[in-house]
Design a protein around this ligand. Structure first.
Ligand SMILES: *Cc1c(COP(=O)(O)O)cnc(C)c1O
Length: 349
């Protein structure tokens, strides 16, 4: 058996999804004439209570378009130390938008409004860099799928906007936060000026993200999307996968959460320090190997030999992500291989 737990991006489009894609009505999206794309943009904007949305090939581009709308060259964006925007977009904000970033560290990536506001320096005058936006990641990927507390989001939004700082939500996995917490998508989005969401993570589409904001910002972002080379043509084929994903897969995310928790609990029973199941709120399990003699890369290699793939993201940090293509049988197999491998790693110490 092969169980791929490296990411929720590894899902394969189902026959039913491919069927819907194959028959999607299409048009030239650069001319704004693709009915399936237009419907998806309207649908997702409405889901989050925003005026408009623009479809992008990746979540990184959706984030980068948002940053381009909120932060001018030479200004700065604040984000958590291990946020995707800072760690996993290859410096795109600096390269594309000519901006700088500053970071605050947070355990499990958990948002505390004080942390961000303490380092914020809005309207810093002609000699110092001005903070013009703050990004919040929900759920927090490298934090282990952390769901951000609504009271902290609300507090940050109030204090940041009061001093003229805009807020961006990196909501690649906002769907998971919504399903785990029961907080409506509109409620999550209302505190932010721009929002990015991914259809290619837990929702299982092969490609597709959107950037949501006001009509004005989305109209400007469309120009930048084209400038960056991502003006696409008959992409209703891709947008159809997004529609299908929203129709059928949103409601099953709670299974991914249940399976992640199961795997975390089994690992915790063998090595308590490796993960505290309390911190497994969604479909991501962060594994802390600091109490073991092996590295994350060695651990991943040992698991791979048994057919279980995980991501090693730091010398002593690994990540497991459950998704649509992981059923209960695969979950149990992965938990068995993980616990056996942890036991042998303990014996070797
Ligand atoms: C996956 C992800 C993105 C976007 O990634 P792409 O691979 O560019 O689609 C953005 N933010 C977070 C938190 C992510 O996990």
């Amino acid at each position: 058996m092969l169980v791929d737990l490296r990411s929720d991006t590894v899902t394969m489009p189902t026959e039913a999804m491919r069927e819907v894609m194959a028959h999607a009505p299409v048009g030239d999206d650069v001319y704004g004439e693709d009915p399936t794309v237009n419907a998806l943009e309207e649908r997702v904007a409405a889901l989050f209570g925003k005026e408009a949305a623009v479809f992008t090939p990746s979540g990184s581009l959706a984030n980068q378009l948002a940053i381009r709308m909120l932060v001018a060259p030479g200004e700065e964006l604040l984000a958590e130390t291990n946020s995707h925007i800072v760690r996993a977009e290859l410096g795109a904000a600096a390269v594309f938008s000519g901006i700088t970033t500053r970071t605050w560290p947070a355990t499990h990536g958990l948002l505390n409004a004080d942390d961000a506001m303490e380092i914020a320096r809005p309207a810093s005058g002609p000699y110092l860099v001005s903070t013009t936006a703050i990004a919040v990641e929900n759920t927090h990927n490298f934090g282990g799928g952390t769901v951000q507390p609504l009271d902290q989001i609300a507090d940050l939004s109030k204090r940041a906007h009061y001093v003229g700082i805009s807020l961006h939500l990196d909501g690649a996995r906002i769907w998971n936060a919504h399903i785990a917490s029961g907080v409506p998508l509109i409620e999550y989005a209302k505190y932010f000026d721009t929002v990015s969401v991914c259809l290619s993570k837990g929702l299982g589409a092969p490609v597709g993200s959107l950037m949501l904001s006001t009509k004005e910002k989305v109209t400007k972002a469309r120009v930048w999307r084209k400038r960056y080379g991502a003006g696409m043509r008959q992409i209703g084929i891709l947008a159809a996968a997004g529609h299908y994903a929203l129709d059928t897969n949103l409601s099953s995310l709670h299974h991914d959460h249940r399976r992640a928790l199961f795997i975390a609990e089994k690992c915790h029973e063998v090595v308590p320090s490796i993960v505290n199941p309390i911190h497994v709120e969604t479909n991501i399990v962060g594994l802390d190997l600091s109490q073991l003699s092996i590295s994350a890369a060695e651990f991943a290699q040992m698991l791979k030999a048994e057919g279980v793939l995980i991501s090693s993201l730091g010398p002593k940090f690994a990540r497991i992500v459950t998704h649509l293509d992981i059923d209960d049988a695969k979950m149990k197999y992965a938990a068995e291989v993980l616990t056996q491998t942890l036991k042998s790693a303990l014996v070797a110490q």
